[in-house]
Design a protein around this ligand. Sequence first.
Ligand SMILES: *Cc1c(COP(=O)(O)O)cnc(C)c1O
Length: 398
Amino acid sequence: MYHRSHNPVFIPGPTNMPEILRKATDMSTLDHRSEAFHQILQPALDGVRQVIQSKDALIVTFPSSGTGGWEAAITNTLSPNDKILASRHGAFSHRWIDMCQRHGLDVQVIDAPWHGGVPLEQYEALICADKAHEIKAVLVTHNETATGVRSDVAAVRQILDTAKHPALLFVDGVSSIGSMDFRMDEWGVDVAVAGSQKGFMLPAGLTITAWSSRAIAANKEAKLSRCYFNLHEMINNYPAINYPYTPPVGLINGLKLSTELLLEEGLENVFARHKRIASGIRAAVEAWGLSIYAKDPLFRSDTVTAIQVPDNFDSGLIVKHAAQKYGVAFGIGLGDVAGKVFRIGHLGSLSDVLALAGIATAEMAMVDLGLDIKLGSGVAAAQALYASQETIAFKAAA
Ligand SMILES: *Cc1c(COP(=O)(O)O)cnc(C)c1O
């Protein structure tokens, strides 16, 4: 049986694919050592550089999901037993820490509350106390997809600069890049990691990484072993034959078009659209009488909202029921918040109108399951918000 559905998904990745991007990934066989491939790859990399608001970061795409980008970031810049600083405040920040430990890094882990982001005071205290500059890298999960909390990357950069600390700044932007404001240069990010299946609205299969000149310099000294995700080989092989191995040409063709779509819409408009859609989702949650898991309104994600369900109710039932009865996917709670929250993903190829469908479906599922929620309440709250705005209609390519 083929999977076919007219319904959009409301998981925070993989996201909905515009038809035009799906078609762009469907290509006849092309020699990746040909000039024709070069004509696809270079604009794709240039486009990514613009999306992350960088002038000259090195952009490298490895065939992999986003997780491979984490591995590329650490193994290409660090050496065994190097000390790094990281905060665990959700399932994704946890998994990156776990990977660092498995690679033999000495991770100073701060266990922070999951309803918040990177704990800036603790980062500041540890960075300022590290006079010997033993910390080689600082990790930030820009948008913790498990909890719907954004972290303040600029503030972490500020802490490093004020302390005159040379640690590299690594940022997981897998669920923010292409949807939320991300400033590689202004924030002094040394390695940024993204994936094709979130803000870029493509199938999974590419990790998209960006490297500062300091990260490239660190690569020359780094001793962790690496093989498939080898930055040095990629850099050296780009100009001549582009890849040391066979790249997914169709996906890269999709990435080229994806960046064109984002830049044509205008980054400001893309960010504003995500902000507006997110506000509608949050208005709906309030109208339902439920709580948004992310505590500080300033740091609520514009790409995913984790919604707390009443105690002694299993949030997973909502996700299961919505899938079975309505054919719509929402995100389950992950890690420490399994069963306690469900997530509405609202990033990528979404419009206000599609968001209303997601809100309406979540509402029906919760009412079906006996939660004390009034049908239409969340939809009405979001409608009021969307209708009150001077929106720029998203040119959803058919
Ligand atoms: C999705 C996601 C990842 C993992 O990406 P995969 O493509 O599933 O490997 C990492 N970090 C964050 C914040 C994510 O949202």
